[in-house]
Design a protein around this ligand. Structure first.
Ligand SMILES: Nc1ncnc2c1ncn2[C@@H]1O[C@H](COP(=O)(O)OP(=O)(O)OP(=O)(O)O)[C@@H](O)[C@H]1O
Ligand SMILES: [Mg+2]
Length: 346
């Protein structure tokens, strides 16, 4: 394994030969929403009744935005490509992203009358309901993306593939462009609201270096309820498959190598955006060429840490608490390594 990895790293270094002059570590194209979280609701929700929640939070949402925000807080140079509506919600998410250090210089104005997307998340004791108005999210097109800006990154991450309905037909061209310009690519499908899980995502996998679904999504993507078999099928199609398993932790599969690590035990408020926060931690290590196990470990740390605050980013506002948490988990050196010195783990 060590020999083939060294070989792959050299090949990858070639692919990233512009790495030393790249402006961004990661560029993400996608959605920034607002998440309205209601806590303490009963599992059964009768209609035509006034049902009282026990708590509420209104926070930055959108898988792409959460991943970008948390990657920036971890110390990466992150660019974000998106459409911003002309409303107060967009002002809110812009301020939060800028505070984290995400570059928004190529976020463009959404069309007249378009609004920011909103997800209403109903938190029950054992489950959660997510009701989403996509808003400007679904309207982002390839023509809205500044491709020179994108090419100035070492890595491209795409999230919520099925929600990005206008971009979706052009994702093959987009990922081909990334490949040609030497970027590595990660993809988090998230849920398919249509429930169809059509095969166009599988057709993209030739351009994807890291596929990051959760456990349910693995099975849905290959239309197979048998988790082990679904893992086998998917892992044959991507160089690196990383599967998030909530309280069971995460699993990474690369060729014959398999790393499964349990989740950390923490006092959780909610698991909204835990997957996106896991992605941020995993990719932070991936971009620095860390061993796969260490990438999973940091992903589990950032996933768990996100559950300790409301939504996917609130916990990350307290950088000192994040640093302390990582030290307590023996992840001392996460900030010490500038990305330029490394080629991504392959
Ligand atoms: N309750 C929890 N306690 C500790 N760690 C957790 C908890 N929930 C999630 N995590 C961590 O976060 C990671 C990602 O969470 P999860 O499996 O919920 O992702 P997801 O389903 O993709 O989430 P998302 O809603 O963001 O799409 C897990 O692999 C685990 O490491
Ligand atoms: Mg997810």
């Amino acid at each position: 394994m060590a020999v083939s990895r060294a070989h792959a790293r050299r090949a990858n270094l070639k692919r990233n030969s512009g790495a030393f002059v790249k402006r961004f570590d990661v560029v993400i194209a996608g959605e920034a929403n607002m998440d309205l979280l209601l806590y303490g609701l009963p599992e059964a929700l009768p209609t035509d009744r006034e049902l009282l929640a026990e708590g509420m939070q209104f926070v930055l949402g959108g898988s792409s935005a959460i991943t970008a925000h948390n990657l920036a807080v971890l110390g990466n140079r992150v660019g974000f490509l998106s459409l911003a509506a002309d409303d107060v919600f967009a002002q809110f998410w812009r301020a939060q992203m800028e505070n984290a250090g995400v570059d928004l210089s190529r976020v463009t104005a959404a069309g007249a009358g378009m609004t920011t997307g909103v997800s209403v998340l109903l938190q029950h004791a054992q489950s959660r309901r997510t009701l989403t108005w996509s808003g400007a999210t679904a309207a982002l097109r390839l023509a809205d993306l500044d491709l020179d800006y994108l090419a100035a990154a070492r890595h491209f991450h795409l999230s919520s593939y099925f929600l990005q309905s206008e971009l979706r037909p052009d994702v093959p061209a987009l990922l081909r462009f990334c490949r040609e310009r030497g970027l590595t690519v990660s993809l988090d499908p998230n849920d398919d609201p249509s429930g169809k899980w059509s095969g166009d995502l599988l057709d993209l996998l030739g351009y994807v270096d890291v596929l990051m679904p959760n456990e349910r999504e693995v099975c849905c993507l290959v239309h197979d309820d048998d988790f082990e078999r679904a893992i086998e099928t998917l892992s044959r199609r991507v160089p690196l498959l990383v599967v998030k398993r909530g309280r069971q932790g995460a699993l990474a599969v690369r060729e014959e190598e398999r790393i499964a690590l349990p989740a950390l035990s923490v006092e959780s408020i909610d698991a909204v955006g835990a997957g996106d926060s896991f992605n941020a931690g995993f990719l932070h290590g991936y971009l620095r060429g860390w061993e796969m196990e260490r990438c999973v470990r940091l992903g589990n740390c950032t996933g768990a840490f996100s559950t300790m605050g409301a939504g996917g980013t609130q916990a990350f506002h307290d950088r000192a608490a994040l640093a302390q948490f990582l030290v307590s988990q023996d992840e001392r050196s996460f900030r010490d390594e500038p990305v330029e010195a490394h080629s991504p783990l392959q």
